[in-house]
Design a binder for this molecule. Structure first.
Ligand code: UD1
Length: 428
């Protein structure tokens, strides 16, 4: 399997550019199905989850043309098929957005239960409940979800828990439904707002995205649009932490500083300097870093998708720091790998107790999921010696050219290819 080999110790320095947001792109790509005309998407990140989403669209009969590396024109107007090929849906969690999009357009959808990062139990009961509220019948047979109705009506959806995916799927299904849909206790992440902005740019009538009450008045026709995907908040936050962990000085460009506020606030508490510009943040250190406590929560709280990266930073400062994970059951799998690099972390249920040791040592480690992989790269950049990171396909699901971008700001990181091993794994 391919590996990243990181030689630690270089201070990161210079400008790095953030790509379009993965979690917006993986919803907006299926959302194109809802349009009655071709659409052009700009600032599309070059990551494997996006390739899978585009491949699914092609297999379903859409015409997808690459205009340049980050721009795609998609014509899904002649698409008649509302079934997502089983093998591809299994490869990414976000394939569940094809449920909402196909239901909204064709009144039916068939998608296998999603794959994605192993973060513990990842139910989709709230997505299905939302579809039922809009009048759909839901069935699950042999791991394939089937939703169907003669007519979709607006409805009043109240989510017991804040869910990004369920909120997005409810928006997708309701955009063309007959009448008014109200979503209460909606998620407020920047990618929710981005999906609503995309649909509104096609003529949808969605109000309140970014708050916990979203109102959607269904429309009969959605026109084509050209839309630029929002910058990736988590990619930006990851590079902010990489800059801090290496005591570097990095200008992170193509960001929306407002989306980074919870990350910026914690970094400032740790003693990192952060200066905000219109579409950039400069991150650097000028004094010893200090411990802090972190608790993940839905937006605008501290994102769970930044938890492994900031925990890694906290291993490098004088401890103890407490990191509490409130969203996912299995988001501490990376801790075992950090321990191999000398980190002193104890897990007590949802809490990681980090005794900062001030340094880490290079070691062979495995990326057990996407953000864990990013955290191990940060650990490798800050560690003494060489860190070899396996299973980097997880990282490539969500970070565009991470090694190349980091090399551009002075990191000693290299991707080693092992084509024979890859072939053996693929055929097994
Ligand atoms: C999305 C992100 C993921 C991020 C997460 C939380 C994408 C593709 N992925 O995942 O990177 O970590 O938001 O910010 O955007 N839940 C239920 N029933 C449901 C749905 C969710 O109980 O039907 C629970 C989950 O188990 C979890 C919590 O709600 O404990 C939040 O999950 P959710 O926000 O839905 O995460 P995803 O949309 O899957």
């Amino acid at each position: 399997m391919d590996k990243f080999v990181v030689k630690g110790g270089n201070r990161l320095h210079g400008d790095i550019y953030v790509s379009g947001a993965k979690n917006a792109a993986v919803a907006i790509i299926p959302a194109v199905i809802l349009s009655d005309e071709p659409c052009t998407l700009e600032n599309v990140p070059d990551i494997s989850d996006v390739s899978i989403g585009l491949k699914i669209l092609r297999e379903m009969g859409a015409k997808v043309e690459m205009v340049d590396k980050t721009t795609f024109t998609i014509d899904a107007t002649h698409l008649m098929n509302s079934e997502v090929p089983y093998d591809m849906a299994r490869k990414m969690r976000a394939s569940y957005y094809f449920l909402g999009a196909c239901l909204g357009k064709f009144n039916k959808a068939m998608v296998s239960m999603p794959g994605g990062c192993p973060l513990g139990d990842r139910p989709i009961d709230m997505h299905l409940k939302a579809f039922e509220t809009l009048g759909a019948k839901v069935g699950i047979v042999n791991g394939v979800v089937n939703v169907e109705t003669d007519h979709l009506y607006g409805g009043h959806i109240y989510f017991d828990k804040v869910s990004v995916g369920a909120t997005m799927n409810a928006i997708l299904a309701a955009a063309r439904a007959d009448g008014l849909t109200i979503i209460e206790n909606a998620a407020r992440e920047p990618h929710i707002v981005d999906l609503a902005n995309f649909l509104n740019s096609m003529g949808a009538d969605i109000m309140g995205a970014g708050t916990d009450v979203i109102k959607i008045r269904g429309v009969k026709y959605l026109r084509g649009t050209t839309y630029s995907i929002v910058p990736d908040q988590i990619e930006a936050g990851t590079y902010m932490i990489a800059a801090a962990a290496t005591h570097g000085d990095v200008m992170i460009r193509n960001v929306i500083p407002k989306h980074l506020e919870s990350i910026t606030a914690k970094l400032i508490k740790i003693g990192v300097n952060v200066e905000e510009f219109d579409d950039a943040v400069r991150v650097w250190t000028s004094r010893p870093l200090v411990k802090t406590n972190i608790k993940t929560s839905p937006h605008p709280g501290f994102p769970t998708d930044m938890q492994p990266q900031i925990a890694t930073l906290l291993t490098l400062v004088d401890g103890p720091s407490l990191v509490t994970e409130t969203i996912w059951d299995s988001r501490f799998a990376y801790v075992e790998e950090l321990r191999r690099m000398g980190a002193n972390i104890t897990i007590d249920g949802k809490v990681a107790i980090i005794e900062g040791t001030g340094s880490l040592k290079g070691a062979p480690v495995k990326a057990c999921d996407l953000r864990a992989g990013a955290a191990l790269i940060i650990a490798g950049l800050a560690a003494e010696g060489v860190t070899e990171i396996e299973d980097i396909h997880h990282i490539e699901r969500g970070y565009e050219n991470m090694d190349g971008k980091l090399r551009g700001i002075g990191a000693d990181i290299e991707k080693r290819y092992f084509p024979e091993e890859n072939a053996a794994v693929k055929s097994s």
